[in-house]
Design a protein around this ligand. Structure first.
Ligand code: HEM
Length: 153
């Protein structure tokens, strides 16, 4: 038996992201968006995602990007509806749970969930009252206070 441990730094983030996108590429709903529509260049996309999650967990990694804009552009070629985000989240959560356990593992899953709601509602122009700053729960408020500012390119 090999008990799981937490995400400790860049090495674990790389293993997690690599495994997650292996699953995404093979997925019937999400695979075609990455493989056929965006025709993602994995050699540049994966390092960007390592940096993104490193910024979320450890406030470094040098991520520069525009996550809302990138996903918004996909709308002209595919639906970005909630079932797709739900699938993304299911794959992300199950990959984290297969590989890690602990505080960072929990934080990365919470952040993914928050980001999925924010990206979905912003690009589809669906206002979600749960994420209105006026309606945040104390737990959400505490979590958001820990997020780093993400620089735009
Ligand atoms: C339906 C769900 C989603 C789909 C189909 C999707 C698809 C994509 C695609 C095609 C790209 C562009 C890749 C490239 O051309 O290099 C991208 C970039 C990215 N995605 Fe997603 N994504 C989804 C959800 C999410 C979620 C929930 C997060 C965050 C937790 C996320 C984080 C990112 C980031 C950080 C980038 C890089 C942004 C940049 O280059 O500025 N994605 N995604």
């Amino acid at each position: 038996m090999n008990p799981l441990s937490d995400i400790k730094g860049r090495a674990e983030i790389e293993r997690l992201v690599d495994r997650f996108y292996e699953k995404v590429r093979a997925d019937d709903l999400l695979g075609p968006i990455f493989n056929d529509i965006a025709k993602v260049d994995w050699s540049s996309h994966l390092p960007k995602l390592y940096a993104f999650w490193q910024a979320v967990l450890f406030r470094d990694g040098g991520f520069k990007g525009n996550p809302i804009g990138v996903h918004f552009k996909l709308l002209s070629e595919t639906s970005m509806d909630w079932p797709r985000f739900q699938r993304w989240l299911d794959l992300f959560r199950s990959t984290v749970d297969e590989m890690f356990t602990g505080e960072h593992a929990a934080h990365i899953k919470n952040t993914a969930e928050d980001m999925a709601h924010v990206i979905y509602s912003r690009i589809n122009n669906v206002l979600d009252p749960r994420f209105d700053p006026a309606n945040l729960t104390p737990a959400q408020r505490a979590r958001y206070a820990k997020y780093p500012e993400v620089a735009s390119a």
